[in-house]
Design a protein around this ligand. Structure first.
Ligand SMILES: CCCCCCCCCCCCCCCC(=O)NCCO
Length: 352
């Protein structure tokens, strides 16, 4: 059968979010560039893919209305502002923003995402990631880069989806970069208990680190100290030799930290969606696909363009890949997100 034609990847546009504005107004200039219908249509598909039970939707929407209890300021007010600007129910918007926290646990079948930290040929630390998620057709349309500014200057950069105010991928110039990959362990009940116990919605915790930490060490220490609602892998990189780590969180506590200096590969670390000390399953071995590509390339040939190519090898790059970001906290000019319209079609489409 003839393979369906794929489209080309395109660079994500950058929008400024002015942190000096009141939180309810911060997203107004960004959100007007996106079609609210895509958000509304994407939302139901997203809930179907990721929520353990559809019966949870009205309950979670109700819980989500009790905003301050679960979502700290200024994020609660940013969501209020967005809900007004988009004409969407606040509960729905909150639910989108905590979808990870109510879907990352042991029985979740959905896996994919790759983060890599490496030295390039010039000795700079570079950090790349693929963000893989279902409902890619909607998410690609909503992908953007955000330049978060204070006093007219960039405080940090992030890549996100319009309507999603947490940070899953971000970089603070001259300080550190950070990505989050899904970890499926524990149970939905554990996540709910953790939420009631005032743990942080996972990707709001990551955004707070970008707002507050001034360097790699303080970012790492904040990531280690902050309990999150859901389990997660945080991959963090800095600007000095040895500054790179995979922090494995159970949610409320840290399960393990693997650093760049301890890495078996010496010049890079790779995280997908499995614990670093466990063999990746043969049915989903994106880790070894990435490792093979890194080893084949070698440290002396590594640069941002080559890291993009590694993130584009089979398995690592897959039908769920929505975007690829390459960044370096050591060099603010290295921050580029490509929206992966060139992602391969899902298996079921190839075989029909
Ligand atoms: C139409 C909805 C608007 C935007 C909502 C976007 C929600 C995205 C939440 C993403 C959470 C990403 C988790 C980490 C990535 C990863 O490891 N993926 C593998 C699991 O699919």
């Amino acid at each position: 059968m003839e393979k369906p034609t794929t489209k080309a990847a395109i660079p994500a546009k950058t929008y400024i979010v002015n942190l000096d504005l009141p939180p309810q107004e911060r997203w107004n200039n960004v959100i007007k560039h996106f079609d609210p219908n895509i958000l509304k249509q994407g939302l139901n598909t997203l809930f179907k893919e990721y929520l353990p039970s559809q019966q949870l939707v009205p309950i979670l929407e109700d819980v989500a209305k009790d905003l301050e209890r679960y979502i700290p300021q200024p994020f609660a007010d940013e969501l209020r502002g967005l809900s007004k600007a988009l004409g969407m129910k606040l509960g729905d918007l909150v639910l989108i923003n905590i979808i990870y926290d109510v879907s990352a646990f042991n029985s979740s079948q959905i896996k994919a995402c790759t983060s890599i930290v490496a030295y390039d040929s010039m000795g700079r630390i570079i950090h790349g990631r693929n963000l893989d998620y279902k409902v890619g057709d909607y998410l690609r349309e909503l992908t953007l880069q955000v330049d978060y500014q204070r006093g007219g200057k960039t405080l940090y950069m992030a890549t996100t989806y319009a309507g999603y105010i947490g940070v899953i991928t971000g970089s603070k110039p001259n300080a550190f970069s950070i990505t989050g990959d899904q970890r499926n362990i524990g149970s939905i009940l554990q996540n709910l208990f953790s939420a009631v116990d005032h743990s942080w919605p996972t990707f709001f915790a990551e955004r707070r680190v970008l707002e507050e930490a001034s360097d790699y060490q303080s970012a790492l220490s904040q990531i280690l100290k902050t309990p999150t609602i859901a389990p997660v892998y945080f991959i963090i990189s800095g600007i000095n030799a040895g500054e790179g780590a995979i922090v494995v969180r159970d949610g409320r506590k840290v399960a393990n930290v693997t650093t760049l200096s301890q890495s078996a590969h010496s010049w890079y670390i790779v995280e997908t969606n499995y614990d670093p000390w466990v063999q990746a399953p043969a049915t989903d071995d994106r880790r070894d696909a990435a490792i093979n590509a890194m080893n084949k390339l070698g440290r002396k040939n590594m640069n941002p363009q080559q890291l993009y190519k590694v993130l584009s090898v089979d398995l690592v790059f897959n039908s769920d890949t929505t975007y690829t970001t390459i960044m370096s906290a050591a060099d603010a000019s290295v921050y580029q997100t490509m929206i992966r319209y060139d992602a391969p079609p899902p298996e079921e489409l190839i075989n029909t």
